[in-house]
Structures are given as C-alpha cells and as structure tokens.
Design a protein around this ligand. Structure first.
Ligand SMILES: [Zn+2]
Length: 55
C-alpha cells in the first residue's frame, strides 16, 4: 500500500487548502465551496492544482 499523504492544493479562487490524498469524502474549498478532491476508490482524485506534497 502506498503511504498516505497530504497535498497542498490551490483552488481556482486562490484559496489554498490541505487535502488528504485518500479522502473518503469530497473535499471542498472553504472559501468558494468548489470540489477540490473526490474519493476514487482509495486515492482521491484531486481536481485542484497541487502546490506541493506535504509527505
Ligand atoms: Zn475556492
């Protein structure tokens, strides 16, 4: 199994959020409510731009 990790992502609105890359629920931007990541059978499908991996 790959290690779980966190990703820092930037929403289209400019707000940055940290998402768990094995999120089991959709992750939304706190500022504009856009979906940043969706669960995809294990690893989340990240829809926002990944700024960096936080390991
Ligand atoms: Zn946003």
């Amino acid at each position: 199994m790959p290690h779980s990790r966190f990703l820092k992502v930037a929403c289209e609105c400019g707000n940055e959020s940290v998402v768990f890359d094995r999120a089991s629920k959709p992750v939304r931007c706190a500022a504009c409510n856009a979906v940043l990541a969706e669960p995809a059978g294990g690893r989340a499908h990240v829809k926002a731009k990944v700024v960096k991996s936080l390991g």
